[in-house]
Write a protein that binds this ligand. Structure first.
Ligand code: ATP
Length: 260
């Protein structure tokens, strides 16, 4: 694998008021890697991604993308990035075609190129019939596919996906997983945040586990498995985040429903 560093994060710290949510993150990400970025709710994953996207500026530490500090030359690096947010306000009143045109133009694509790509990509996702339909009339999975297409239409080098499979049917999940591996083969770098451990385990070339704002594990699935002596990523996750009470919590939850 090409060992070119594409994202470099040094001593990254972030606080919201009194609370330190990132406590000194150090990470070097190489071209072509699929990073499974995992951690419990509130661990700091979205905060890290928002910093990398340039949406949060008041952090401490150094973040470089493509060798350049992200606080310099902000427009140039953003052209190289694609992002599927966990929850998105897409412009519901637009048609899919209008939305993809809008995004394509934002990235400076030629109108003919946008038209060709949008039509083809929509067809590949089985959405050709709704190309000119209003997004407000789409199902959750259909909207998610539009977000995926919009994140990729400008052929970015670095991708940030936050629960990208949300709402996708089983066939589309298979297509999307193949797209990920194809993109990585082409040297694209993918930052993949998800709570679905079975998928992270399968698709990631490297897994980074964040716990309370700190990296507590970093390696291939095989390496993490070897270290923790656990069989699945879910079990590794539970072990490293010090969690083993799921049965007790579930039983207490259900008995509370029955009245205390
Ligand atoms: P999840 O898996 O639930 O999406 P996450 O790992 O992405 O979680 P973050 O959204 O990065 O977690 O949140 C990390 C911590 O920062 C949490 O304690 C959260 O309450 C806090 N936080 C996030 N955004 C803000 C904000 N705008 N103001 C104050 N605190 C925030």
């Amino acid at each position: 694998m090409d060992k070119e560093i594409i994202v470099s994060i040094k001593n990254l710290r972030m606080r919201y008021d009194e609370k330190e949510v990132l406590k000194g993150i150090n990470l070097e990400i190489y071209k072509g890697q699929i990073i499974g970025y995992i951690g419990a709710n509130g661990a700091g994953k979205s905060t890290t991604v928002k910093i990398l996207l340039g949406l949060i500026n008041d952090y401490e530490g150094e973040v470089k993308i493509g060798g350049e500090d992200i606080t310099k030359n902000k427009v140039a690096y953003k052209r190289r990035i694609g992002y599927v947010p966990e929850t998105a306000e897409i412009f519901d009143n637009l048609t899919a075609y209008e939305y993809l045109n809008f995004i394509g133009e934002l990235y400076g694509l030629d109108i003919n190129e946008i038209e060709k790509k949008a039509t083809k990509l929509m067809t590949l996702f089985n959405l050709e019939k709704v190309l000119h339909g209003r997004i407000s009339s789409f199902s959750k999975g259909m909207k998610q596919k539009i977000l995926i297409i919009a994140s990729l239409i400008h052929n970015p080098d670095i991708l940030f996906f936050d629960e990208p499979l949300s709402g996708l049917d089983a066939n589309s999940v298979m297509i999307f997983k193949e797209i990920l591996s194809e993109l990585a083969n082409q040297g694209k770098t993918i930052f993949y945040s998800s709570h679905i451990m079975e998928i992270v385990e399968k698709i990631s070339s490297r897994i980074v586990l964040l716990n309370n704002g700190e990296i507590v594990a970093d390696g291939t699935f095989e390496e993490l498995k070897e270290k923790s002596k656990e069989g699945s990523l879910e079990e590794i996750f539970n072990q490293l985040t010090g969690f083993n009470k799921y049965k007790e919590i579930a039983c207490e939850f259900v008995s509370t429903l029955q009245g205390v």
